[in-house]
Ligand binder design. Sequence first.
Ligand SMILES: Cc1cc2nc3c(=O)[nH]c(=O)nc-3n(C[C@H](O)[C@H](O)[C@H](O)COP(=O)(O)OP(=O)(O)OC[C@H]3O[C@@H](n4cnc5c(N)ncnc54)[C@H](O)[C@@H]3O)c2cc1C
Length: 388
Amino acid sequence: MYGLSKDDLELQARAREFVDSLIPYEVEAEMNGGKLPDEVDRQSRSAARALGLMATNMPVELGGGGCTMLQQVLVQEQVGRVTNALAWMLSTPPSWFAPVATEYQIERWLRPTVVGVSVECYAITEEGAGSDVDAIEATARREGDEYVLDGVKWHVTSYNEATWGFFQAKLTEGRNAGEHAMFIFDIPTPGVRVVRTPAYTHTINHHHPILAFESVRVPASHLVGEEGGGMAFAYEWFRFERFMVAARCLGAAERLIEEATSFAKQRVASGRPIIEHQLIQAMLADSLTELFAARSMLYAAATAADDGADTKVQHAHASMAKLYASEMAGRVADRALQIFGGRGYMRENVAERFWRELRVERIWEGTSEIQRTIISEQLAKRGATNLV
Ligand SMILES: Cc1cc2nc3c(=O)[nH]c(=O)nc-3n(C[C@H](O)[C@H](O)[C@H](O)COP(=O)(O)OP(=O)(O)OC[C@H]3O[C@@H](n4cnc5c(N)ncnc54)[C@H](O)[C@@H]3O)c2cc1C
């Protein structure tokens, strides 16, 4: 089905088996702030490396899997099948970074991240700038061989796990004043302070603190690419991540449908298994139909990217896939919770966890409203026939 090759199917099976090994730890993690037991975490990371599932998005020369976009989607789809972000350990370092990184940056930050020894985070969003990244107020100014960074960043995911991060700011001086630039900062770095770590709806071991950057000095060698390149890197990352968010939503929806179907077959109410009640059947049928539509769309979009589709067309495809898959998964989680009845409202239930966790998929990496804006802009420019 879907024209998957033998290699694709083999990679998909490997990823599925790996993720299946994490599912039994979901409830324990939910009760423990999203943390896996230390030994399980260690063993799983080495299993992931042995199975060749780390950094599937990175070139082989840098130690990555060198996978096609479709293959990356297949792996991340499996990652989405387990709650509490337990399979996030199958890292996807920033692939946009490789072509612009200096030799020094590759050796110091990228290679260790590809093999999972280092972890990165992204400090872009601010209190007054989320969807509108251009509104950021963080600043960078050159002083001799250094840049001085200032600003307050929100929702910096994985900061508690990370060893380094990207910081996006506007240049205050020089010929690129007013333009965006991206910098690398080590963790810890003097002047970077956790303002607070808010609690969020999901229970995962990757926190999202608010960080203050107060006269943080980084060597000029920490500038990524050219001054003025900051926004282009952010857009590249969004395109990739939107494909991957969509993939994880497919995995979540499949797991929910399987779990809800299995429950509906054995739960008896009004004298028969609830799967024989037509209102329950409708919820399952709608969910499966929408999953099929979302999967067909994402696989087609990923294949088009592998076939060299124009970058702007890829942006539109990524937005359509993320929009549809995240909204579909939200509907599926809501129906699954309903099928489980009172049990579905308990934290030990898979539908309850996904119902909370999937909500953010409509917000991060561009909200559903922003995806619609991008899709309609491309429609106006290119016409429907050239997009779908
Ligand atoms: C759990 C979590 C983790 C995150 N991790 C990171 C991270 O690691 N690094 C990072 O930099 N950021 C991160 N983010 C930030 C995330 O990318 C932003 O929250 C998101 O882009 C939305 O920005 P905002 O929250 O400021 O909402 P706003 O931009 O203020 O939007 C508010 C509402 O207005 C709507 N809206 C805004 N603009 C328009 C428009 N032009 N047309 C129509 N409607 C519009 C939005 O869709 C939304 O409904 C994270 C967020 C969350 C919740």
